[in-house]
Design a protein around this ligand. Structure first.
Ligand code: NAI
Ligand code: MG
Length: 506
């Protein structure tokens, strides 16, 4: 009896009961044809990659064994296979890395001519381009995101950040401040592992700082390949040190008295904790979570807006701090938007991330998958209409199909909290005032999108929304020259562009 009840309450049972089975009110014959047309498998060839059995810490320009002797496995979340083993940094290693970074700062890097710092950054960018295929494949394996994204977004953007900040290195004297800070600690998340390393390392080096970087525990691999690239570029020993580990390793970096600045990207919870732990003398920048409104007015070009919705929430499996996860649709166009969204979701291909035709890959970890399911369970129990793409998922690995809830009130947890997965929350509004009120009704303030054909409405609404980034008639566009960061519980400080540079100067 008890077992039966358990079965009844299982999230899979709740989902299958909630998924609508009604026929679609609009007939779209082209789409039905399209659905029958299947792609052949088109796997990216990874046979040329020779992975080592284990990867060491990168300290003082050399790969060194961890003082604890401990290594941890990093897995491929699309098939649960162990890719390789990664050294785990503890206190002794953090101290060694800080010493190496201090020495490098005093002896070389703060004395290196700005134009020479630029040359190193250019060289790193060029080697990233040369090794781009390898980096894209490894990032896809370690993270679970599709090769289409690592190849066309993560890796090119990574190189672009080094190129961009190389260009700034010899122009710092034009800025209101131009002295480096010293040794900086940088802690990054798992959703854009290589790109977040570039966002952090490139501006720090351009300004003459030296770096201790800690990648996330589920995705440490490409940061260590970046260490190889840094070595190959001939960067003086100790200018960049890479210490894989978990929250404990991170906390050692945060508390280290010789580290002058902490740059963190990750959860709001850990961000708050870092703020308490770091002490008063450190400079801090925090890039945290978001529940970002994407507002669609009735005069918007709906087909294009639907593409922005798709890109906003299903890009990178929804593991995006600025994901357009809170869709605000003007009431009059709700049925049309929902219908078009369902039709578009049917064309999303979910599966092996190394297949070049895959649109959506695996959820990064079992822990994250459980978090997503937990939120879906809340939405189902609160009783909102639910839609999920019907598709066959691989047997191994962590998967969640693209989904959305409609008719959600603004105070539901699924309208307020970061799900960080491919689950969209749809809310309606009647006029611009209500749209702004519902957009700002959030503890976060990272990003927003506004879709309308009316330029004055666009300006009016954009000014009223409290968010660090506002996309006008587009979504999830990035460029190294454009600053990124949030308000309120989304953190403070900016990354990218001139603003990102100023955070590394005093
Ligand atoms: P997290 O905030 O725990 O991890 C981010 C980084 O911080 C990792 O490198 C981790 O090792 C490190 N870290 C953890 N505890 C630390 C501590 N006490 N001191 C110093 N560093 C520490 O995020 P997690 O647990 O991986 O994901 C949980 C949720 O956080 C996600 O579901 C998502 O909602 C949010 N998140 C937001 C991100 C963003 O880009 N804004 C990125 C990753 C997660
Ligand atoms: Mg992994």
């Amino acid at each position: 009896m008890i077992n039966q009840n358990k079965e009844e309450n299982k999230i899979e049972t709740l989902i299958s009961r909630a998924i609508e089975t009604k026929p679609y009110p609009l007939e779209v014959p082209e789409l039905q044809f399209f659905q029958k047309w299947d792609y052949s498998i088109s796997l990216e060839d990874s046979s040329f990659i020779k992975l080592k059995d284990s990867y060491d810490l990168f300290i003082g320009g050399k790969f060194v064994k961890p003082s604890s002797g401990k290594y941890f496995p990093t897995i491929n979340p699309s098939n649960e296979e162990v890719i390789t083993h990664i050294a785990y940094a503890t206190e002794e290693d953090v101290n060694k890395a800080v010493q190496a970074a201090q020495k490098a700062y005093e002896k070389y890097w703060s004395k290196t001519k700005p134009k020479d710092r630029a040359k190193y950054l250019f060289k790193i960018a060029r080697i990233i381009q040369e090794r781009s295929r390898e980096l894209a494949i490894l990032e896809t394996m370690d993270n679970g995101k599709p090769i289409r994204e690592t190849r066309d977004f993560d890796v090119p953007q990574t190189a672009q950040h080094f190129f961009y900040y190389a260009g700034w290195a010899d122009k710092l004297h034009y800025l209101p401040r131009s002295s480096p800070i010293g040794v900086v600690g940088q802690i990054i998340p798992w959703n854009f592992p290589l790109l977040m390393a570039a966002w952090k390392i490139a501006p720090a080096l351009a300004c003459g700082n030296t770096v201790i970087l800690k990648p996330a525990e589920t995705t440490p691999l490409t940061a260590l390949i970046l260490a190889e690239i840094i070595q190959e570029a001939g960067l003086p020993d100790g200018v960049v040190n890479i210490l894989p580990g978990d929250g404990y390793t991170g906390s050692l970096i945060v508390k280290h008295p010789e580290i002058k600045k902490i740059a963190f990207t990750g959860s709001t919870e850990v961000g708050k904790y870092i703020l308490k732990q770091a002490g008063r003398d450190k400079k801090i920048t925090l890039e945290l979570g978001g529940k970002n409104p994407l507002i669609i007015f009735e005069d918007a070009p709906i087909d294009q807006a639907v593409e922005a919705i798709i890109k906003g929430i299903y890009f990178n499996q929804g593991h995006v701090c600025c994901a357009g996860s809170k869709l605000l649709v003007q009431e009059s166009i709700l049925p049309t938007v929902i219908q078009k969204l369902k039709d578009r979701i049917k064309t999303i291909r979910i599966g092996n991330p190394l297949d070049k035709n895959t649109d959506m890959g695996a959820i990064n970890s079992l822990q994250q998958l459980q978090k997503i399911k937990g939120y879906v369970e809340i939405g189902l129990k609160e009783g909102y209409p639910f839609y999920q793409k019907e598709c066959k998922l691989p047997e191994k690995g962590y998967w969640f199909p693209p989904s959305f809830f409609t008719n959600v009130p603004i105070n539901s947890p699924i309208a307020r909290e970061e799900i960080f997965g491919p689950v969209l929350t749809i809310i309606t509004f009647r006029d611009p005032e209500e749209a702004c009120q519902k957009a700002n009704n959030t503890p976060y303030g990272l990003a927003a999108g506004v879709w309308t054909n009316n330029p004055s409405r666009l300006m009016y609404v954009s000014k009223k929304i409290k968010a660090g980034v506002i996309w006008a008639n587009t979504y999830n566009q990035f460029d190294p020259s454009s600053p990124f960061g949030g308000y309120k519980e989304s953190g403070f400080g900016r990354e990218g562009g001139l603003h990102g540079l100023l955070e590394y100067l005093q």
